[in-house]
Design a protein around this ligand. Structure first.
Ligand code: EPU
Length: 420
């Protein structure tokens, strides 16, 4: 296993190119199952989760060819069944279920199960499939859905924590090939859902309202091949913005879309970070002292749960008390104890973390527990005095393209080593 060795204390300076969004690329790749014609997806990030989705599609019978940052997928003849060994490695693989049900009228996918950030139920996905007329059952660890006909329906997909991103994606994909009109209320508004809808519409689907809580999907008989460029990764952009702020550096983000980052930039500005558009880049810089802020994670356009851990790392460096409340995933605080190993003072009270920031962090070996927690530890390591070793870096490689190389180009002293 590999780990990252970081010698902290260097302000990050220089430009960073933002890659394609993982959470847009994964469902878009799954959507290619809806047609037998070839699809080409560009600006696909080079990540283990993306490769993994490629493997799943291959196992289902699709032809998948990566070339540079593009992937060509043709799902001429496919099977509707994905087993545990295939699905368990990536929770996001559940988004093959909607396209399989839409195209084949049947799908049998091993239940992905929970993960360190929470229970990750799929009841809302199943509620949507049932509303379209599918029979759904859970048997031997598999969720099986089947329908002779899929018929458009009105449905409400709101849950305990608001909308569901992959649930919306799944239902939207199945409904594209249903008969008649489907209306989804409390649909997820995330840019990744909008990007998926744009790809589906390019394939011949009729989806209106993407980006709003009401989606209208008029079913069509079949979809055809299409080309698409994935949106830039707003979570990656936010992560580099926070890393620049944490190290007191200046980093132009190239290719990021400010329009997807309002909530994050708003909070960063509140802490005293400067964010300006300069030509094609968004320049993030911090020279002075940081101010504490309170943050609550919410569905889009609220503050993203996928940036909560990184923001917490920044708040540990900020004199004063910041309260960070996690409203999306109940146990997404695994980074707290590891940040504590670097000297951070954080207490958890229910869904909130109370960060008493401002004490200098000092390097230590730490363990990554999930993707965004790993990013938070890297940020803390970049700002800490001395050397931080972030173990289990494979979590990071699931969602950040060449993070160590990108950081090195910004002046960070970071290297990848074999875990001792
Ligand atoms: N929920 C339900 N029932 C469901 C589905 C979700 O109660 O059927 C609840 C969840 O338990 C959670 C909330 O709804 O409390 C939101 O979960 P959501 O379904 O939106 O999450 P997801 O679609 O499984 C995607 C991203 C996550 C990101 C969340 C929230 C992908 C592949 N994953 O997951 O990304 O945190 O949306 O924005 O798109 C990451 O990239 O690190 C990551 C975890």
């Amino acid at each position: 296993m590999e780990s990252l060795l970081i010698k902290g204390g260097v302000p990050l300076c220089g430009e960073v190119q933002i890659s394609g969004a993982k959470n847009a690329a994964l469902p878009i790749m799954a959507a290619t199952l809806l047609t037998g014609e070839p699809c080409v997806i560009r600006r696909v990030p080079d990540l283990s989760d993306v490769k993994f989705m490629g493997e799943i599609l291959t196992c289902l019978g699709a032809e998948v060819r990566f070339q540079g940052d593009s992937v060509r997928i043709q799902a001429r003849k496919i099977s509707g069944s994905a087993d545990y060994d295939l699905v368990r490695k990536m929770r996001g693989s559940i988004c093959i279920m909607g396209p399989l049900l839409g195209r084949l009228r049947k799908a049998s996918v091993s239940l992905p199960g929970g993960c360190v950030i929470g229970a990750r139920p799929i009841n809302l996905h199943l509620k949507g499939f049932e509303a379209l007329g599918a029979r759904v059952m859970i048997e031997n660890g598999y969720v099986r859905a089947g329908a002779r006909r899929l018929v458009g329906a009105d449905m409400f997909l709101g849950g305990r924590a608001g909308s569901t991103v992959l649930g919306t994606a799944n239902v939207m994909m199945a409904a594209c090939l249903a008969e008649g009109v489907t209306t989804v209320e409390s649909a997820a508004c995330e840019p990744e859902v909008v990007d998926l809808a744009a790809f589906l519409n390019a394939m011949g689907a009729k989806i209106a309202g993407a980006g709003s809580p009401t989606l209208t999907i008029t079913g069509v008989k079949e979809l055809h091949g299409a080309e698409h460029e994935v949106i830039p990764d707003r979570i990656e952009a936010a992560t580099y913005a926070i890393a620049a702020a944490a190290t007191g550096g200046e980093v132009p983000l190239r290719g990021a879309r400010a329009g997807h980052l309002h909530a994050v930039f708003d909070k960063l500005r509140d802490t005293g970070v400067k964010i300006d558009r300069v030509g094609p880049a968004i320049v993030v810089r911090r020279h002075g002292r940081l101010k504490p802020v309170d943050i609550t994670t919410l569905p889009y356009a609220g503050f993203p749960t996928d940036v909560q851990a990184q923001m917490m790392a920044l708040m540990t460096l900020t004199p004063g008390i910041s309260i960070i409340t996690e409203r999306i995933f109940e146990s997404r605080f695994m980074h707290v104890s590891e940040l504590g190993r670097l000297g951070a003072d954080i207490e958890i009270e229910g869904p909130s973390a109370i960060v008493k920031g401002g004490k200098p962090l000092s390097g230590a070996p730490v363990m990554a527990s999930d993707l965004r927690a790993s990013a938070a530890l890297v940020i803390a390591g970049l700002a800490a005095r001395g050397t931080t070793q972030v173990n289990r870096v494979y979590h990071l490689d699931r969602g950040y393209e060449s993070m160590d190389a990108k950081l090195r180009r910004l002046g960070a002293r970071i290297e990848r080593v074999e875990e001792s």
